[in-house]
Structures are given as C-alpha cells and as structure tokens.
Design a protein around this ligand. Structure first.
Ligand code: PHE
Length: 330
C-alpha cells in the first residue's frame, strides 16, 4: 500500500514535468501514452484495482482517478501551448518573394464617347471656346419656339420628340443651349455645348434614341460663313488628322440662314457629320440680341458619329450596350 502511494505521487511529478518538456505534439503524445496508453503505468495501476482488497481499492482508486484527470488536463494544456508555439513559428517562417511580379488590380477606363468628348473639348478650348452645359429636360420654348420653329410648323417633324407628362420634353438637340447662353451673356462669344440628346426613333445601326451632340456658337460684329468653315475645318483636321476633308452642302434648319450640312470625305463618298449655318435673325432676337448689331454661326456635330468614324465602329448601339468585349478595346 505504501509503495503504491509513493509511486502515484512520484508518477504525478514525473509525468507533469515530462509533458511540460515535450518539444512537439508527437513527443507529447508518446509521453502521454507512457502513462495512459494501453500499457501505460497509470493504466496498469487502474487495471489492478479490481484485485485489491476493498478498503485499499477505495483509497487507491480515488487517488488514481484524480491523477488520471490531472494528466488529461495537463495534456490538453501542453498540447494547446505547443500548437500556439508551432503557429507562431510558421508565421515567422513565412517568406515573401519580393521579386515576384505583382498582381495587377483591375481598373476601369473611359468610355469611347467620353474620350471623344474630351478630345473635342480640348480642340475647341485651344481655339478660345468655352464649354457650357444645358439641361436635358427642356421647355418647348427653348427646344423649338426660340429656335424659330413655331408650334404646328411642319419643321417640328424633323425632330421626333419625347414629350413628358410634366409639360417639359427631352431636348432633341443641343441648340437650346445657344438661347440660354445668349440670354445671359453679351457677345462677342464663343462656346461649345456638348451633351446628351433624345429622339423618339426606331433604333438601327446608325440611329439611337439617345445620343450625343456638341453645339458650337460664335457671335461677333462680323462673323461670317468663311469663319464658320475655317473653324469647322480646323476642328475636323485636329480631330481626324491633317488629311480630313470636309465640304459644306446647302441645307435647311429653321434656326440658321443660310444653312449647311457638313460632310466629311470617306472613301469615295461623303458622310454627313454636322449641321451648321448663320444664326437666324429671329433666333438672335428671341435671345435678346439685336440682329442688326450681332451676327455669327452655329453648328451641331454628332459625337457618336465622330467616335464611329475615328474608331471604325459600324453600329451606334455598341456604345450603349454595355458589352465589355466591345468597351475593353479602348
Ligand atoms: N440642331 C441641329 C440638329 O440637331 C444641328 C444644327 C445645329 C444645325 C446648329 C445648324 C446649326 O439636327
């Protein structure tokens, strides 16, 4: 009996010490099994309990089971400590190859129509034009009447219009910005007004129900058709390159007199790119200017057309479809 008592006590001290000294989980496991494995020292004692006299069995049994619990707890503690130590070591060992090429972040880029708009703005700014914006939701007055297109006049049919329930409409062109600007600013003036316009039209490869225009307006004491042609030509050559060739072809717009269509040479034919003309005296009057004192020209260029010609795109709908296979080419 005395012998067993001493051996339980020394077993406890020895096992506790050994488990603390284990260098890794494998070693810890081996030590644990020396005491509580199939033939472990404590296992053997526990197994021998059944042959002991009753009193001794109760006493030794209690102590042996306490020791068993103690060893299980010590084992868990030691195991947790070893795991933490291993993890810390692994973290320290982690190695970065600073020469490996980095992963590139995916960044977006500008839409082709935005690229075109910025280029257009740069060119006109370099010729002394200011960049002005106007509202996309307009009144009939600014979109039509002030531009010399009276109600019920057949010329209104040139623009298929989205009329809104609130009495406004979606501007069919950027020309209303001419009026808005002249109302508030005294000539001489040079502006462009880029922006979105809307037409109630069926779509096809060259028509969309919303697209972009850039309006131009230059007013002074003696601004002439010659100035108009020079500025428009300069613009096209700066945009497409020196070889760009344009022509003015007589045409009709109610807000100019005379009026022109601006065509650009494309292969063996001509492509319609813009409308232009000398601002009609009624338009100047409607904006509060005296047509005997001031004169000038206006033009409206389709920016989608510019982009289609520049990037050789054959379908306007690609600009608005959101297809990344198309957009990522720019
Ligand atoms: N506003 C006209 C259109 O949308 C274009 C234009 C502008 C024509 C200025 C002449 C002068 O068709």
């Amino acid at each position: 009996m005395v012998k067993t008592k001493i051996s339980l006590k020394s077993l406890k001290i020895k096992a506790g010490k050994e488990m603390l000294q284990a260098k890794d989980l494998k070693e810890l496991d081996v030590i644990f099994k020396q005491y509580l494995g199939d033939n472990g020292e404590l296992t053997l004692i526990l197994r021998s309990l059944k042959d002991m006299p009753k009193v001794k069995k109760a006493k030794i049994g209690k102590e042996a089971n306490e020791l068993k619990n103690f060893l299980n707890i010590k084992f868990s503690e030691a195991a947790a400590a070893l795991k933490e130590k291993a993890q810390k070591e692994a973290e320290l060992k982690e190695w970065f190859d600073i020469t490996a090429p980095g992963k590139k972040a995916v960044v977006g880029h500008l839409h082709p129509l935005t690229l075109v708009r910025r280029k257009v703005e740069d060119i006109f700014e370099s010729m002394g034009f200011s960049i002005i914006e106007g509202p996309e939701m307009e009144t009939e007055w600014y979109n039509f009447d002030a531009l010399n297109i009276p109600k019920d006049h057949p010329a209104r049919d040139l623009w298929d219009t989205f009329y809104l329930k609130n009495g406004f409409l979606l501007r069919t062109h950027t020309s209303p910005v001419q009026i808005r600007y002249m109302e508030k600013n005294q000539p001489p003036l040079r502006i462009i007004a880029p922006g979105r316009v809307f037409r109630h039209e069926a779509t096809d490869s060259s028509h969309e129900m919303n697209f972009y225009q850039v309006e131009g307006l230059m007013i002074g004491k003696d601004i002439s058709v010659a100035n108009a042609k020079a500025i428009i030509q300069e613009f096209f050559q700066k945009f497409f390159g020196k070889s760009a060739e344009i022509r003015l072809r007589p045409s009709y717009f109610p807000f100019v007199e005379p009026g022109f269509e601006v065509d650009m040479k494309r292969g063996s034919g001509w492509m319609e790119m813009a409308g232009a003309g000398m601002v009609h005296p009624n338009v100047l009057k409607n904006a509060g200017l005296n047509p005997k004192e001031w004169q000038g020209f206006a033009f409206g260029v389709g920016m989608d057309r510019l982009a289609m010609m520049k990037y050789k795109i054959d379908d306007i709908r690609l600009f608005y479809g959101g297809d990344l296979r198309f957009l990522q080419q720019f």
